[in-house]
Design a protein around this ligand. Structure first.
Ligand SMILES: NC(=O)c1ccc[n+]([C@@H]2O[C@H](COP(=O)([O-])OP(=O)(O)OC[C@H]3O[C@@H](n4cnc5c(N)ncnc54)[C@H](OP(=O)(O)O)[C@@H]3O)[C@@H](O)[C@H]2O)c1
Length: 265
């Protein structure tokens, strides 16, 4: 995504449809990988590269069973194979209802619960656009992945998150969504991440009684395909996401964090 780097957070950082065969393959891999029935089960979207992949790596290092999901099963398998036997490749395009339903069935049948959901996948850091002239088709397309995808996925997986005694939802957001710091540009990306932050607030309030903690996390400016060169190491950006994914009971909910520190909405 050349010329479209989410470097919005650089200032803050410096200052501070799978085929049936594919589905079966993922399910059987899950069976092989999950020998410890007490290990937390985490699902990460967009886990094949960038921050998502590193979040998978770090959660696996913290003894989670990690469902590394990606649009392409091949990409998920390749990434998971590099991360160890507790990382399970699963095909999931967050914009696809059939995928979301299949993944929910697989998780239910194999684990009966989901402890951590990391809504990481995102597109369209539209540095080429301004709000005054924005192509709203681009905005709508961004919303399908950045807002409706995580929203619908969370709804679909909610019974499994409720079945966990330690449900955590992390919506990977951006400083570009901070209204306190809002200026011109990146209209598709910024508006969809603002809406994702609003979703965080509502879900947190509605799920508090279930003990499910829901937070937005800005990873800072990170050196990925989206962030581009010059950002901080992917391990640093992912660490703040993992922090929110592994909060203890009674931890914060409905917040917006970078590196475990609150940032302004
Ligand atoms: N990098 C930064 O500086 C920065 C700063 C602030 C916030 N963030 C946020 O951090 C998160 C990760 O960013 P990144 O830098 O790692 O981005 P990235 O390198 O561009 O990776 C994006 C990931 O999302 C996946 N994805 C896109 N559309 C999808 C869909 N419909 N279903 C499933 N997966 C989909 C991509 O899969 P494919 O490989 O199939 O395309 C890829 O795995 C995003 O939410 C981003 O907004 C990043």
């Amino acid at each position: 995504m050349s010329g479209s780097h989410d470097s919005h957070d650089s200032t803050a950082s410096a200052a501070s449809t799978a085929s049936a065969a594919s589905a079966t393959s993922a399910a059987s891999t899950a069976s092989a990988a999950s020998t410890d029935s007490t290990a937390p089960v985490a699902l990460v979207t967009g886990g094949n590269r960038g921050i998502g992949r590193e979040v998978c790596r770090q959660l696996a290092g913290l003894d989670h069973i990690v469902l590394l999901t990606a649009r392409s099963l091949k990409a998920a398998e390749k990434a998971a194979a590099e991360l160890g036997t507790s990382v399970v490749p699963v095909q999931l395009d967050v914009t696809c209802e059939d995928d979301r339903q299949r993944v929910a069935r697989e998780v239910r049948d194999r684990f009966g619960r989901l402890d951590v959901l990391v809504n990481n996948a995102a597109i369209a850091y539209d540095t080429w656009q301004c709000a005054v002239s924005a192509d709203l088709d681009v905005v709508r397309e961004a919303a399908e992945t950045n807002l409706y995808g995580p929203w619908r996925l969370t709804q679909t997986l909610l019974p499994l998150l409720r079945a966990s005694r330690r449900g955590r939802v992390v919506n990977v957001s951006s400083g570009a969504a901070s209204l306190a710091d809002m200026g011109a540009g990146t209209p598709a990306y910024a508006t969809t991440k603002v809406a994702l932050n609003a979703l965080t607030r509502m879900l947190a309030a509605e799920l508090r009684a279930d003990g499910i903690l829901v937070n937005s996390v800005c990873p800072g400016w990170v050196d990925t395909d989206m962030g581009g060169p010059g950002g901080r190491p992917v391990a640093d950006g992912a660490a703040g996401v993992v922090w929110a994914a592994t909060l203890p009971g009674g931890g914060p909910t409905g917040g917006f964090f970078r590196d475990g520190v609150r940032v302004e909405w």
